[in-house]
Ligand binder design. Sequence first.
Ligand SMILES: [Zn+2]
Length: 125
Amino acid sequence: MMCIYCDKQVKEGGINRFKAHLAGQKGQVEACKKVPADVQYQMKQLLEQFEKNKKRKAQLMSKTPKLKNLWNKSWTRFWKQCADIVKLTKPLFRVLRIVYSENKPAMGFLYQAMYKAREKMVRRF
Ligand SMILES: [Zn+2]
């Protein structure tokens, strides 16, 4: 990349090194001697923004494991709740299936099934 103001070649480091050249940032690259003041100011702003974004990104990344953990925890809890609901409803469904089947309409049998279902539900918790 060649500077449009001083014709200096900025070979390595890409666009940010070039911005540093225009912004007159010390250390990384030689400052541009011919860049207009307003361009220099804009470049400085851009570089500051870039640094801020980099920091924000790093902060976000450092927070990600916590978020991931929280996500996993809530997910696990959700599945546990699902399993509990299935545990609760499975014996009940068995009773209902007996109720809706026309083969065994005997009430005594139904009571027995309900009793068994209740026993199973109690045992599962
Ligand atoms: Zn220059």
